[in-house]
Design a protein around this ligand. Structure first.
Ligand SMILES: NC(=O)c1ccc[n+]([C@@H]2O[C@H](COP(=O)([O-])OP(=O)(O)OC[C@H]3O[C@@H](n4cnc5c(N)ncnc54)[C@H](OP(=O)(O)O)[C@@H]3O)[C@@H](O)[C@H]2O)c1
Length: 287
């Protein structure tokens, strides 16, 4: 076992692209020994070559958040190599578009399996490690859950996705109390639109855009609008910077809203009657 007591050990899920990719690099470039986990090892070449070129303390590891064995093997490997985990970034996830009536129960279960139970699976493996390890140089350990502005404000056509992110909010609020006495912090990252592979990786069941669907016009308009919003969105490095800051300071906030869009939408929602807000959102989508 190689242990450098001065180096904090981080694990990031979903590091093949977007926020996970940027966060793994950001942490490694700033002194964390980073396990950048990917579900498909074929997608690790770019991250590996950047890490090699910059001589970063970054190691690629296979981890599919929906697979018990994969999660177990990955966490066991990290603990056997480094003896501890100081930072867990639960980032892996994807979007599921479609009006609720057009989604099958299987579509929704699969969405929860990755976005919500994936977080649960990894976190339940990591908590006992964090809880029983001696405090590191920088004090306590931290679990960073990448939720979304969609976990605070729900839009049409994203019911299942929003439900997973609202669920992460509730889970995080609750376990933060339980883990605090053990020196383990739990925080939430709530990005607005980020320019990543998110739209490409999102699922859009064919029923959802079928002209026979009573929701077809709404689904088309919302999907197109979301797509163009993501083209113009801020880069994933903006999220990575916030995560780096949160895991580097002694007293991080519990919630970090990322991006002006998300911040101003929340402010608008909080400062107007909810019925007016709903009207405004619907008008904005349909115009
Ligand atoms: N982009 C946004 O606008 C936005 C806004 C708010 C929140 N978020 C959240 O941010 C997180 C990262 O998304 P992103 O924007 O960076 O999108 P992305 O570029 O598509 O990255 C998603 C990552 O999750 C991985 N992943 C998906 N299913 C997985 C599984 N079963 N096991 C392990 N990894 C899995 C993907 O791996 P593969 O390459 O193998 O598919 C990919 O590495 C997600 O939780 C998303 O909900 C995104």
């Amino acid at each position: 076992m190689t242990v450098n007591p001065d180096q904090r050990i981080a694990v990031v899920t979903g590091s093949s692209s977007g926020i996970g990719y940027a966060t793994s690099l950001m942490l490694a470039r700033n002194g964390f020994y980073t396990y950048a986990s990917v579900r498909n090892s074929n997608k690790s070449a770019s991250l590996q070559s950047t890490a090699d070129a910059e001589k970063l303390s970054l190691k690629l590891i296979q981890l599919d958040v929906t697979d018990d064995k994969s999660v177990n093997d990955a966490i066991e490997k990290i603990v056997s190599e480094k003896g501890r985990i100081d930072v867990l970034v639960n980032n892996a996830g994807y979007g599921l578009f479609g009006a609720f009536e057009d989604l099958s129960l299987d579509d929704i279960k699969a969405q929860f399996e990755t976005n919500f139970f994936g977080v649960i699976r990894v976190t339940q493996h990591v908590i006992p490690v964090m809880r029983t390890q001696p405090n590191g140089r920088s004090g306590s350990s931290i679990i960073v859950n990448v939720a979304s502005i969609n976990g605070r404000i729900a839009f049409p056509i994203l019911s299942a996705y929003s439900a997973t992110k609202f669920a992460i909010e509730g889970l995080s609020e609750s376990i933060a109390y339980e883990l605090d006495p053990f020196g383990i912090k739990v925080i939430l990252i709530e990005p607005g639109p980020i320019r990543s592979n998110f739209m490409k990786g999102s699922l859009l069941p064919s029923r959802a855009l079928d002209s026979k669907s009573p929701y077809s016009e709404l689904a088309h308009k919302f999907y197109d609008k979301t797509n163009s919003q993501h083209d113009d969105a801020i880069p994933p490095e903006e999220v990575a910077k916030i995560i780096l800051k949160a895991v580097s300071i002694e007293k991080p906030e519990f919630r970090y809203v990322v991006g002006n869009y998300a911040a101003s939408l929340l402010e608008t929602r909080n400062n107007m009657p909810y019925s007016e807000f709903q009207k405004m959102i619907m008008q904005n989508i349909m115009q």
